[in-house]
Write a protein that binds this ligand. Structure first.
Ligand SMILES: Cc1cc2nc3c(=O)[nH]c(=O)nc-3n(C[C@H](O)[C@H](O)[C@H](O)COP(=O)(O)OP(=O)(O)OC[C@H]3O[C@@H](n4cnc5c(N)ncnc54)[C@H](O)[C@@H]3O)c2cc1C
Length: 567
């Protein structure tokens, strides 16, 4: 069951006989493609953006959000306001059937599946930080991709300062005041610079923390920081950061991390509670499963951004060649994503109108990186700039790039206030999410309908639940024999779950959906262990996983024992 009837198929014909263009992702690439298409096609096409968050994030501002220069809410823009005239659907894309031209989405907090069909599909899903390359990084890293990452880092750093100010344990204090940033590309350098400035400006409020006790360490595998820029600018940025006390380790690889330390490739142990990882870009989980041609971890396209018939890709997610040999590709930057969006919209409009499209080509106007303390480095129109002038240029450039007048005004005001007012050191004590939650249901509430994705392991505390597997899913033999079954056997398999009983383990361990339903019989209280925590418990506690393996034969009739989809 899904929460929207699948839009009738489709190819070539949406109800109003207008092409249906579906864009996956609401970042620079997706949002700017949608805007450009809407401008050119207006009502001649149905344009829909599907994104797992309902806002556009201006990622280059995230280090400033983490440092408290910009309020979290002001570095983003709601997609619905930004994309007037475009249908915005919030949901996580979980699968694409290229033969049927159909996208599968999980919608809402219960991840209810829905389908959308397309005539033209644009994949603009960005990249993710792959943390599995080094042991311990997934568990102990902060990332810098989304608003939530920046918010979490800011609160953590302030928590470290608060604790460092009051602890008498010297060794713990040193760990709390050591901040390690892995990777010295744009995001690493900007994060290191902004974080260092934030710590500096916060110090007057922490009388027991001295400036020389703060240790910001920037680790880079290659011989230069900001390898995307001219080496002279990289050197300038490094000099400025070092002068301010940032400890830059060049030619240094990473090995692993624990809750209290980061280990480098040459065996050095840096004791810390804060690791920010900005290296290890890779395809998102969905892109990895699509079996599309890939190059350097990105979807391979031709010069017009075509992946295959009716499918296009751009932005960080795509390897868009800049020459005929495909040796040089567009770098994963916001500037390129915005340019590609305009070029891709042109090509889609050309296709709709039966014209020829054109190859993507773009020469960037410049590259800039802010290094905190009103300093930046920039390479613009062949000129190299550094210091305050580069910083002003950087701000002017990004103000111009921000989508929407209200976002521009808000960000400009944030910069102004930050210049004239002391920076806030409010640490928002976000409640840590418990591994398990308790949920109350009233009799008759449907917890799961057939076909849904199971989001956790459900344990009944009080009251009772009914688990029902429909008859066509548990008769012996192939489905075709169903008509031959005697009436008496054509009954659903029903199980009543009371206190201490549980549900969901089979779908979770086998990664399938439920074909059955789960309904509250009367008012009840249920403990729900989220799927990730359930997986960890299953992995880390052998008696628990042994117990789970014995469940099918304890509970289900023989016909259901090998069925992996009964909840
Ligand atoms: C800290 C930082 C600083 C940066 N600084 C600069 C800079 O100074 N200059 C510059 O040019 N570039 C900079 N960049 C790079 C720039 O931000 C990216 O190149 C740009 O965001 C790429 O845009 P995109 O739309 O391809 O991807 P994204 O902006 O990542 O957007 C991807 C979208 O897809 C959505 N999505 C992903 N998976 C799913 C799914 N399964 N279902 C539904 N939606 C999904 C995401 O929610 C998101 O909306 C920086 C990046 C970072 C992280």
């Amino acid at each position: 069951m899904s929460d929207t009837a699948p839009s009738a198929k489709p190819a070539g014909s949406s109800p109003a006989n207008t092409p249906r263009i579906v864009i996956l992702g609401g970042g620079f690439a997706g949002a700017f493609t949608a805007r450009a298409l809407r401008k050119s096609l207006a009502k001649r096409a149905h344009i829909e953006v599907i994104s797992d968050r309902n806002y556009f994030v201006f990622q280059p501002l995230l280090p400033e959000v983490a440092a408290g220069t910009i309020n979290a809410q002001d570095a983003v823009a709601p997609l619905r306001q930004l994309l007037k005239g475009v249908t915005v659907r919030m949901g996580e894309v979980i699968n694409i059937d290229f033969d049927q031209q159909c996208i599968e989405i999980a919608q809402g907090s219960k991840r209810i599946p829905a389908k959308r069909y397309y005539d033209e599909l644009v994949i603009a899903l960005g990249q993710r930080t792959v943390l599995t390359r080094f042991p311990g990084f997934a568990e102990h890293s902060f990332c810098m991709r989304d608003l939530a990452d920046a918010h979490a880092l800011r609160n953590h750093v302030l928590q470290c300062l608060e604790h460092a100010d009051v602890t008498e344990n010297v060794e713990l204090k040193a760990r709390l005041l050591t901040f390690v940033i892995a990777g010295a590309g744009f995001s690493g350098v900007e994060t290191a610079g902004e974080l260092h400035e934030m710590l500096d400006r916060a110090l007057p409020a922490y009388p027991n923390v001295r400036r020389d006790e703060i240790n910001t360490v920037l680790i880079q595998r290659s011989a230069h920081i900001l390898p995307e820029l001219d080496p002279a600018l990289g050197r300038y940025a490094a000099e400025k950061l070092q002068k301010r006390g940032v400890d830059i380790r060049l030619n240094t690889s990473l090995a692993r991390a624990t809750g209290t330390a980061v280990y480098t490739g040459d065996g050095e142990c840096i004791r810390t509670h804060t690791l920010v990882t900005t290296v290890g870009n890779g395809p998102t989980g969905l892109v990895e499963t699509l079996q599309l041609p890939m190059q350097s971890g990105r979807i391979s396209t031709d010069r017009r951004m075509r992946v295959q018939d009716h499918v296009w890709a751009l932005g960080d997610a795509a390897y868009v060649p800049l020459d005929d040999e495909g040796a040089v590709s567009a770098p994963p930057t916001a500037q390129f994503a915005v340019r590609q969006a305009k070029a891709l919209a042109y090509n889609i409009v050309a296709k709709v109108e039966g014209r020829e499209g054109r190859d993507f080509a773009y020469k960037p106007r410049g590259t800039m990186a802010s290094i905190g303390h009103y300093r930046a480095v920039a390479q613009v129109l062949g000129m190299r700039l550094s210091g305050l002038s580069a910083w002003l240029l950087w701000r002017g450039f990004y103000i111009g790039m921000l989508p929407g007048l209200s976002t521009r005004i808000r960000v400009a005001l944030n910069w102004l206030f930050d210049y004239v007012l002391p920076r806030s050191i409010v640490q928002v004590n976000t409640k840590t999410t418990n591994a398990a939650r308790v949920v109350h249901y009233a009799g008759g509430d449907v917890l799961f309908a057939p076909g849904q994705i199971v989001d956790g392991f459900y344990i009944v505390i009080t009251g009772s639940l009914e688990s029902r597997v429909p008859v066509d899913h548990h008769v012996d033999g192939p489905e075709g024999q169903l008509e031959d079954q005697p009436e008496g056997r054509r009954e659903d398999f029903v199980r009543i779950l009371g206190p201490g009983d549980h549900w969901g383990e089979r779908s979770l361990t086998e990664g399938t959906r439920t074909f059955g339903s789960l309904t509250a019989v009367d008012d009840c209280e249920v403990l729900v262990l989220g799927r990730t925590d359930f997986a960890k418990l299953n992995q880390g506690l052998p008696p628990f996983s042994d117990y789970l393996q014995r469940i099918p034969e304890k509970i289900y009739p023989p016909a259901l024992r090998n069925d992996d989809s009964v909840g």
